[in-house]
Write a protein that binds this ligand. Structure first.
Ligand SMILES: NC(=O)c1ccc[n+]([C@@H]2O[C@H](COP(=O)([O-])OP(=O)(O)OC[C@H]3O[C@@H](n4cnc5c(N)ncnc54)[C@H](O)[C@@H]3O)[C@@H](O)[C@H]2O)c1
Length: 358
């Protein structure tokens, strides 16, 4: 039997710990893995595009564990009552090739993306950052809000979305959370939200070269956390922002980001810094207070590897609905796979496909 963490189990693990604490611990796991960057067998994700979306596979291994995530991105889905992004994934043992965990990753992707954004901002944003503009108030936005409030000390959030109902939903959820000392300000445009902000997070969804931020909105010293542009032909920043002489651009994994990130708009020799270089101390996340730092986030497989391992550990350690799922046969004789199809008593045939032990 393979361990199974569905939506309900992940919800249980997160609420038991508290969302902010979960994101903080996950950010620690991600940082630990980025610090051992050379140990990973890495590749850009494999994407299958359609006119309305993308389905991607994201594999990675450190030689002991292997993971992959299946994830989609369909910005028009919400109009049909469906999520823009859903995901699930597997953590496996490299020595046997056997899966150890099958997990939901929709909720977990939002948590790990927020953890990664906050982790990058810790190395790139000015230490005195207190005001963040949050442009795009959909499914990811509460997670980003909690992470930046808890890990960066953001005390004013300036919200903007073209969909007024999305902002109303975010306001309502943030009010219910009662994050200490946080002021939430609703803005009438992206420019109004960005004005005077220390950090600008863009987390919008549109399958086009959108221009959420234009050069006139950028102030010296800002940190841009550009999350929503993560596919060929799907960007959020005007290219002239990247061209600023005072801009410093950090990416997760250069071969993937060149194709999917904001830097797809730039020539192949445009300078970027991999985040692992910053963590290793070989490159700076920020050199001075007037630099414009840009975390060109697309989401890399290592972050899901860290998340799957972390969720698996919590699932193993904690009580509750500890489910397993029968996606690998258990055989007395491993050469006798056909035994599964041989005539068996009805009671055996009716055995549950999903086992839950409290
Ligand atoms: N970088 C990463 O690691 C990562 C991880 C997860 C999701 N994403 C991306 O983040 C984006 C947001 O994901 P989500 O799950 O929150 O999607 P969502 O559809 O729930 O929310 C997106 C929001 O963006 C708003 N929006 C669209 N165009 C806008 C514009 N021009 N100005 C202001 N708001 C605008 C929409 O109205 C919507 O409310 C997606 O593009 C997704 O692919 C990136």
């Amino acid at each position: 039997m393979v361990d199974f963490t569905g939506i309900e189990r992940v919800r249980e693990l997160v609420t038991r710990k508290g969302t902010a604490a979960f994101i903080e611990e996950l950010a620690g796991e991600i940082a630990t893995d980025y610090r051992r960057w050379p140990e990973f067998d890495k590749s850009p994700r494999h994407a299958v595009h359609s006119p309305v979306g993308v389905i991607e596979l994201m594999p990675i291994s450190d030689g002991r564990l292997y993971s992959f995530k299946y994830v989609n991105g369909h910005p028009k889905n919400t109009a049909a009552g469906l999520l823009t992004v859903t995901a699930f994934g597997v953590l496996a043992d490299v020595d046997t090739g056997y899966p150890l965990l099958l997990s939901e990753l929709t909720l977990t992707t939002a948590l790990r993306t927020a953890a990664m954004s906050a982790l990058a901002a810790r190395w790139m944003a000015r230490r005195d950052s207190r005001v963040m503009a949050l442009i795009g108030n959909g499914a990811q936005s509460e997670f980003q809000s909690i992470a930046f409030h808890h890990l960066l000390g953001i005390r004013e959030l300036r919200l903007y979305d073209v969909d007024l109902a999305a902002t109303t939903k975010l306001e309502r959820n943030l009010a219910a959370l009662r994050l200490p000392g946080l002021d939430v300000v609703r803005c009438a445009s992206a420019a109004e939200a960005a004005r005077g902000a220390d950090i600008v997070t863009t987390v919008t969804a549109d399958k086009c070269n959108a221009v959420i931020l234009t050069p006139d909105m950028i102030e010296p010293g800002m940190h841009l956390n550009a999350v929503g542009g993560d596919c060929p032909g799907k960007t959020e920043l005007h290219a002239d922002i990247l061209r600023r002489p005072d801009a410093r651009v950090v990416v997760e994994y250069e071969p993937q980001s060149r194709v999917e990130g904001e830097v797809q708009q730039m020539p192949a020799d445009f300078p970027v810094i991999e985040f692992a270089e910053v963590l290793a101390g070989r490159a700076a996340g920020r050199v001075h207070d007037r630099e414009v730092t840009i975390f060109d986030s697309v989401g890399f497989a290592l972050e899901d590897f860290s998340a799957l391992r972390y969720v698996h550990r919590l699932h193993r350690e904690q009580s509750g609905s500890r489910a397993t799922i029968d996606i690998v046969p258990q055989l007395g004789n491993p050469k006798d796979l056909f035994a599964l199809l041989a005539e068996r008593p009805a009671t055996v045939r009716a055995a549950s496909h999903l086992r839950v032990s409290a």
